[in-house]
Ligand binder design. Structure first.
Ligand SMILES: [Zn+2]
Length: 107
């Protein structure tokens, strides 16, 4: 990892922060602290790609069953159910999943 400002590469652990105890680091020469960059997934803890999630949701919107969606997309049915929960809660909050193409037809 390289410092964005100074381009030096010596950093050291510098404690934790937050409830999840996220590791904090500090550059040795410029004393700037940071944490490791973490990719925020729009799907929460579901480890599948957003493309596969969009395909699964599209299948379900077309009327496929959970098990046929499982066969078509290769995702496990439990993953599909968790995707449905995430999509349903996002719809309840009236927001589109960030990074997931809009699967629902626009009326
Ligand atoms: Zn620096």
């Amino acid at each position: 990892m390289t410092c964005l400002k100074c381009q030096h590469q010596t950093c050291k652990r510098f404690g934790y922060f937050g409830k999840r105890r996220v590791q904090r680091w500090r550059w040795q020469s410029c004393k700037v602290t940071f944490r490791e960059p973490q990719l925020a997934s729009p799907l929460g803890t579901i480890g599948t790609s957003t493309d596969a999630a969009a395909r699964a949701l599209q299948c379900l919107l077309e009327g496929c069953s959970i098990r046929s969606t499982e066969r078509l997309t290769g995702l496990n049915r439990n993953t599909i159910m968790r995707l449905l929960i995430v999509a349903g809660e996002a719809a309840k909050a009236k927001r589109q999943l960030q990074g997931v193409p809009n699967a629902a037809p626009q009326n």
